[in-house]
Design a protein around this ligand. Structure first.
Ligand code: LLP
Length: 408
């Protein structure tokens, strides 16, 4: 037993036997632990944590956080539907996104969300018009682009003025004057989100300082603001050689900075809460060696289940479910017809035999949610483990479901 990988009390080989592969396996204890760690860090600050469901929108995952009293951050009508279905109170949901359609704005207003984020002046006018048609006043947050370039992968930095997100300082005067004249919107929050997987708390300090300045300006203009939303982006460890900055270090800087404002703070963590709670379990189908001596481990999961290595060159540990003393160096690749379909390149890995199982670690955030049916792949099953209990939280797709919306 000692040499078999477990999720809580359950062996991964037994999970594969029962549910097949590829399989996402999520530890409920790990979800609960990460939320406890987050809450402990920011306990000194009056706040609401709104889980960013884009990281992992499985209903059971959302529900786990809703049961802890969390709200959530959603980025589309579909995510709003999921959050409500999972039991999140509408009054704790933030509706975000740079390109909300009119039907999505109407849906959010009908649901009674806590606020809609505004990312452009045109969108502010649209929200006012739709709220006016319904005879309601829409609570809105201004998403500020603080022009802080956080050091992370360029595809996941969002607080820089060359990016599409938020309203920059030059647009604020007009935003405030528009907010004063429009009758169906009420400014309730100022908001930012500077990126994802940010290791250095100083980027948050710089952006929050900009946000607090704007907060003072807004107050002097007569706006009474209820919330400051500083977004998500808190880092996790993917590679033991590059450990993430502990969440407490972010709190040490942010709590004293934000507390004097006297308003409630909103956090939108996604990755921090879920990344290390799930594993992508896959079977080693074939091993091959080419004439250069290079070895490949060909597994039954690919970029259709976890696209992060292909898209962001991200590192994911890959462990053999049965541990071996001997190791080899191999590329761990999937079955998809793309050269970018790999989990690891030239990785030292246990000398597992064909038919054995591998665990692609840290697959809880931006994995299943970014999955696709490319190459006619079926979306995998997902299970949640709690102690010795296993619950299927998403059934494996079927061939029938692959084509059910099509007409031959
Ligand atoms: N709030 C907003 C407005 C966001 O856009 C995001 C993520 C979050 C919160 C949560 O950020 P987190 O705490 O998870 O870093 N697919 C990429 C990450 C994209 C992040 C998009 N926005 C990846 O796999 O690294």
């Amino acid at each position: 037993m000692d040499n078999v990988l477990l999720c809580e009390n359950v062996r991964f080989d037994e999970l594969a036997e029962t549910y097949g592969t590829p399989l996402f396996v999520t530890s409920k204890r790990s979800l609960v632990e990460s939320s406890r760690e987050f809450e402990e860090a920011f306990a000194a600050l009056p706040h609401l944590t709104c889980y960013s469901v884009k990281a992992n929108f499985n209903l059971s995952v959302i529900r786990t956080f809703a049961e802890k009293g969390y709200g959530c951050d959603v980025n589309s009508g579909g995510e709003l539907f999921r959050a409500l279905k999972a039991g999140v109170e509408a009054g704790k949901i933030i509706f975000a996104g740079v390109g909300k359609r009119a039907d999505e704005i109407a849906y959010a207003l009908d649901a009674g969300v806590l606020m809609l984020k505004v990312e452009s002046l045109s969108e502010l006018r649209a929200i006012d018009r739709i709220a006016g048609d319904k005879g309601v006043v829409a609570p809105v947050a201004l998403r500020i682009n603080p022009n802080v370039t956080a050091e992370t992968h360029p595809y996941i930095t969002t607080g820089d003025s060359k990016e599409k997100f938020g309203i920059d300082e030059a647009g604020l005067e007009e935003a405030f004057s528009m907010l004063r004249s429009l009758r169906h919107v009420r400014l309730v929050a100022l908001d930012m989100h500077i990126g994802s997987q940010i290791f250095d708390p100083e980027y948050y300090v710089a952006a929050t300082t900009v946000l607090l300045d704007i907060f003072e300006t807004a107050r002097s203009l007569g706006f009474s603001i209820d919330y400051l939303d500083i977004g998500g982006g808190f880092p996790v460890t993917y590679d033991a050689r590059k450990p993430a900055t502990p969440i407490g270090h972010f709190a040490d800087k942010l709590v004293p900075l934000l507390a004097p404002s006297g308003v409630k703070v909103i956090f939108e963590p996604g990755r921090f809460l879920v990344a290390n709670a799930s594993v992508l379990l896959t079977r080693l189908l074939y091993r091959k060696r080419n004439h250069t001596g290079k070895q490949f481990f060909i597994v039954d999961a690919g970029l259709t289940e976890l696209i992060r290595p292909a898209l962001y060159q991200s590192h994911h540990e890959v462990l053999s479910v049965i541990r071996h003393d001997a190791t080899v160096v191999a590329d761990i690749v999937g079955p998809i017809c793309e050269s970018s379909d790999f989990f690891a390149r030239q990785r030292t890995i246990d000398d597992a035999a064909e038919g054995e199982l591998l665990a692609v670690m840290s697959s809880g955030a931006y994995a299943a949610v970014m999955g696709s049916n490319y190459n006619g792949r079926l979306r995998p099953a997902e299970v949640m483990v709690e102690g010795s209990e296993v619950r299927v939280i998403r059934r494996r797709e079927t061939f029938g479901q692959l084509v059910e919306n099509e007409t031959p």
